[in-house]
Every structure is written in C-alpha cells, then in structure tokens.
Design a protein around this ligand. Structure first.
Ligand code: SF4
Ligand code: SF4
Length: 348
C-alpha cells in the first residue's frame, strides 16, 4: 500500500482536527464556540458537469447565488467577532461566477480571516488581491481526459494561466486538485491513468503540490499504488504529492466508517447558495441538516446568538444515525473525537 504522503504534517491529514480539540469539547460541554471555518458556497451555478458531482441534484434544483447581504462586510464582521478563523470559498458551484465575487473577495482579503478559494477556472482577479491559498479543481493530466470529463475550455489554457499567475506570485500556495474516478465496473476508464501526467503538469506549471484522492462513488481502483508511486517520482523539496485514502475506500468508493456518533461537525459551518446554513457538508441542500436559513431566521446575529450551540442544535447532532449517511467527509474527524477518551490520559 502506498503512503498517503511523505511529510505527515500537512493540511490533508485529518489529524489536524486535534488542534481544535478544546474548542470542540467546550462546544459539547455547553459553551458557545464558533465553528473554526466557514465553507462559503457563493453560487450553485457551475460551468462543469463532473460525473462524480454529488451536489448536482441540489445545484440543478436550486441554481441560485447567495444574496450579497448575507456575505457583505457586516456579515464578515460578525464572523470575526464570533471567533471564526477562516473561510473557504468553494462549491457547490464555481465561486468566481458570483456577480459580487470581486467585492466579496476584497472584503475577505482585508479581514483578519484566513481565506482559501477552490476554483475550476483561471484566476479572474487582480494578482494583488489574493487569498491565502488557491486550489484548482483539474482532475485530468491529458487534454483528451479533460474533454471526456466534459470540462469547459482547454486544459492547456487553464494550466498556462496558472503558470503566468505563478510567475507574479511566487509564494502563494497553489494546489492542483485531482479527484480520481473510474466508472463502477470498468477500471480502465475514467481519469485515473492520468495521475502521473497530472503530477508532471502540476510541477511544470508552478503548483506547490498535487492533491489526489478517490472520488466518492468511484468504482474499485486497483492500480492506485503504482500510479501514486509514479507521481511521487516528481516530488522535490518544493513540490509534494498528497494522496490521502483515509476518507474514501479504494475498494468501494465509499467512506470508511469506524465511528458511531456525529461529533465533529461543529468545527465547520456550511453556508450555501440558497442562504441555508447546513451542519453537514455531505447533506447540503437537505432540510434535515439545515440549521437555519439566513433569509428567514433574522440574519447572522440571530443565528449566532439563538441557533448555533442551542439545545436544539445539539439534539439535532445527537439524533444523526451515521450508518444512514451514504458518505461522510468528516469520517476521520468523527472517529478521532469518538475514540479520544479511550486513549491513555497520561502523557506517556
Ligand atoms: S466542479 Fe464541483 S460543483 Fe462543478 S460539477 Fe464538478 S464537482 Fe460539481
Ligand atoms: S455524513 Fe452523517 S455522520 Fe458524517 S458528518 Fe454528516 S451527518 Fe455526521
């Protein structure tokens, strides 16, 4: 079995959740603690149509952009006062398609919050208006695969745009994101055979790393070790290959399930394009996982003071039956927090 990484202290290692142990324990103890991060989905519109897109039903049923009033400078002030540490602009859809993206980005860049952006497009903004990290969803290493995945435009054009971008921004962490996918039942199709080429392209075009992981719902991936070993030949001090498999099984494309309670979701709040605030990112757009809607609940102040951390919120989490969730992005976090009490309380 290949190693997930060659440097274990990295952002893709779920053990990072332990850094927020005290905050989560305090939350469960009844103290009011903010989520560490907001996943902010500005729009449900997307120019791609990836075969693994699990938000497609939500996006297609509700092709909207979030109202600017829910993410303006007043909202950002509330998040900062609340104790949120970072925001990730992600999808759902393509964040750069929101008509107010420039203004939202400007406000966030000038706030004390850490900011990440996940995009499938070239960077459309000024090179002086930058988040702390950009991840580019590419998922291919050859033009033909890019086309077969139904991606918009040309892979070469996108990669060259980031090569030029890198020339002007030598320090910005830039991740080439690759979801590995084979249609169930046919291990030769899909995009997985592109993994070594994608690693080469990532390095040549100035990305700091490639983040490769199996997509939820993929068929069995049998050639993972060999492909990751080839990709890892590209590694240097400044270019890394991350290939985590602790969230999704290579044998079935489903989440590993070694926990029985849903404990970790208070680390993250999902702010979705329909103005819904969902406690689980795998259930965006599903009303049983909706804590409130910003349009109808009275806005951020009411949500923060009356809904988040309320008895009703805790009861909702305790009522989750994890075996009924078809996938769980927080599986490793849930496992860590469930099993912590089993560990020896002594230092050694
Ligand atoms: S880029 Fe993301 S949101 Fe868009 S279709 Fe692909 S997986 Fe779905
Ligand atoms: S998928 Fe289910 S168990 Fe996992 S975090 Fe979401 S609600 Fe909790």
């Amino acid at each position: 079995m290949s190693c997930e990484w060659t440097n274990q202290f990295n952002p893709f290692n779920s053990i990072k959740a332990l850094a927020w142990r005290e905050r989560l324990e305090a939350f469960w103890g009844g103290a009011h603690f903010a989520p560490v991060t907001l996943n902010l989905e500005l729009t449900n519109r997307c120019q791609q149509d990836c075969p693994w897109c699990f938000t497609a039903p939500f996006r297609k049923a509700c092709p909207v952009d979030i109202s600017f009033g829910h993410v303006n400078s007043e909202a950002v002030d509330w998040w900062v006062k609340w104790g949120v540490k970072g925001v990730v602009l992600c999808g759902g859809g393509e964040p750069q398609l929101h008509k107010d993206f420039p203004q939202i980005l400007t406000t966030l860049v000038h706030s004390p919050l850490k900011l990440g952006v996940v995009t499938g497009c070239s960077w459309s903004m000024s090179r002086t208006l930058l988040p702390d990290w950009i991840g580019v969803s590419i998922d291919a290493g050859q033009e033909s695969t890019w086309k077969n995945l139904g991606k918009h435009g040309k892979l070469e054009t996108l990669l060259n745009s980031y090569k030029r971008f890198r020339e002007g921004n030598s320090n910005l962490p830039l991740t080439y994101k690759f979801l590995a996918w084979v249609p169930p039942g046919d291990p030769k199709l899909g995009n997985i055979m592109d993994i070594p080429d994608a690693a080469k392209l990532a390095k040549e075009h100035g990305f700091n790393c490639i983040h490769i992981r199996p997509a939820y719902g993929t068929g069995e991936i049998r050639v993972w070790d060999e492909l990751i070993a080839q990709a890892r030949e590209e590694e240097t001090e400044t270019f890394k290959v991350y290939a985590p498999t602790h969230k999704v099984s290579l044998a079935s494309g489903s989440s590993h399930r070694r926990f029985s309670r849903c404990l970790a979701t208070p680390l993250l709040l999902n702010v979705c394009a329909d103005s819904g605030l969902y406690f689980c990112q795998d259930h965006r757009g599903e009303w049983p996982y909706l804590l409130a809607n910003l349009t109808t609940c009275g806005g951020w102040q009411r949500f923060i003071t009356e809904v988040w951390g309320s008895t009703a919120h805790l009861e909702r989490l305790l009522g989750v039956e994890p075996s009924s969730c078809s996938r769980c992005t927080f599986n490793a976090y849930n496992e860590v927090f469930e099993r912590l009490p089993d560990m020896t309380p002594e230092f050694v």
